[in-house]
Design a protein around this ligand. Structure first.
Ligand code: SF4
Length: 456
């Protein structure tokens, strides 16, 4: 006779919960299948110290068999079923961060109240950056440890590590790689300028249906998603200028608003590209007006040279490129976590080695995260001319400068904001994940349209 121990209590009338009942019925059926005689099952509810007997009647057994058949049918479907509405189970469900039940139901108008914030505001894990040239990453006493010439620099519990990102000449031991793979911690290799050179994962993403739909959206030229992403980016650029600029920019702000609307309505890729280019020229033209005090000379040099990259020719461009590279790196990790192929975009064209989907997802966050970090660093004097190296016409950050930028970038990701669509408070770090999951929900047909993250 199976006896299943439950932490809680039975239903108020003393009868077992249906889910508990079916569980012991199935245990009894398994026992029978293995030759045991089994006439009834029992449930022990620890909270009320009650023992409840479950008779194995033919109705109960056929109900249990029907439920198993239903469960198998659901498991065979390419797409998961829609989430439960207002279920008290969701807050304690381990899948809540993947499922986003209230957000999905709100976007489908299946729920009238604003979504409950069921996912933690901020994830517990943080990235580990190793920037010290010649450092070695290994495992000691079950912790991830970084050493330089056998001197310990730092160590972390694997439990606290979201990703391991190493810059330039850093070695990683096979043991550390194996431990990261076993715990699904992505490992990323970046150039000393922050460009993503490669990454490694224990297993490739397993969400095949999502990748199938992603491929279809790519083949259809973005399926309307790119328009929303670019419109979101233009609106966020406008907001950043409106909040920070010291100049008179009313005509630029009005033009950016118009361009965002045109982006939403663009019917083909080339017109969208043209709208984005015009908006970018206007935005970067006005960018120096957001710099004050000691930061103004950086803005003056930027005004002369314009936005440039690979290699950046002035400090402001070096900072922007570095922060965009960090954002792209994080969105590669987020995209892999959701189950996307980060190289197959809906707006950015495929090019060998270009993480196009991560670049797509980055669009609306560039002004909100990367540009905002750059403006803060320069205006607060956290980064000065001595944090850059000028060599053969190119400008890059020094090792100290890079560390300062990484700290500010991580601080920005920790910043909590009120989500403009769902209304709850959440960190930027978590918003990246929520947006990528919403994009996945749109692609697999769960929610009708992608709503970019736009702040006011
Ligand atoms: S979070 Fe999703 S999977 Fe979990 S109980 Fe709610 S609807 Fe079901």
């Amino acid at each position: 006779m199976p006896v299943d121990y439950k932490k809680g209590s039975p239903q108020p009338d003393g009868s077992p919960w249906p889910s508990d009942e079916v569980q012991v019925c199935l245990q009894a059926l398994l026992l029978r299948e293995h030759g045991y005689q089994c006439d009834h099952a029992e449930l022990w509810y620890a909270e009320t110290r009650q023992r409840v007997r479950v008779e194995l009647t033919s109705e109960r057994l056929s109900w249990a068999a029907d439920l198993v058949a239903d469960a198998r049918a659901v498991a065979d479907r390419a797409r998961p079923p829609l989430p439960l509405v207002d279920s008290p189970k969701c807050p304690r469900c381990s899948l809540v961060g993947l499922c986003l039940p209230d957000e999905t139901n709100a976007l489908l108008s299946r729920r009238e109240q604003p979504p409950r914030r069921l996912v933690p505001r901020d994830p517990d894990q943080r990235p580990v950056y190793v920037t010290e040239p010649g450092a070695f990453v290994g495992v000691r006493s079950g912790r991830l440890e970084v050493t330089l010439k056998k001197e310990k620099l730092a160590s972390w519990r694997f439990l606290d590590v979201a990703q391991l990102a190493v810059f330039g000449r850093v070695q990683i031991s096979t043991q550390a790689l194996g431990e990261c793979f076993a715990r699904e911690i992505p490992v990323l290799w970046l150039s000393s300028g922050g460009w993503l050179q490669g990454f490694a994962l224990g297993q490739p993403p397993k969400y095949v249906e999502l990748r199938r739909q992603q491929t279809a959206a790519h083949a259809q030229g973005g399926a309307g998603l790119a328009q929303q992403m670019i419109a979101g980016k233009i609106m966020n650029c406008r907001t950043l200028l409106r909040r920070n600029s010291r100049g008179e920019l009313s005509s630029t702000l009005a033009a950016l608003k118009r361009l965002a609307q045109q982006a939403r309505e663009a019917t083909n890729f080339s017109s969208l590209l043209g709208i984005e280019g015009t908006a970018a020229r206007m935005y970067f033209g006005a960018f120096p007006s957001m710099l004050v005090g000691g930061a103004e000379p950086f803005g003056a040099e930027f005004s002369q040279l314009g936005r440039n990259r690979r290699p950046p020719l002035d400090p402001l461009n070096a900072l922007l490129s570095f922060c965009y590279a960090m954002l792209t790196k994080d969105l590669v990790v987020v995209a892999l976590g959701v189950g996307f192929d980060p190289y197959l975009g809906v707006y950015h064209r495929s090019r060998y080695g270009r993480p196009s989907l991560a670049l797509d997802l980055a669009e609306e966050f560039r002004p909100l995260i990367a540009d905002s970090v750059v403006i803060g660093l320069l205006n607060n004097g956290e980064i000065t001319a001595s944090d850059f190296i000028r060599r053969a016409g190119a400008v890059s950050l020094t090792a100290d400068g890079r560390r300062t930028v990484l700290k500010a970038y991580e601080r920005r990701l920790d910043t909590e904001i009120r989500h403009p669509v769902f209304g709850y408070r959440i960190s930027y770090r978590r918003v990246l994940d929520v947006q990528a999951r919403l994009l996945a929900a749109v692609l697999v047909g769960e929610v009708p349209e992608y709503i970019p993250m736009v702040t006011r």
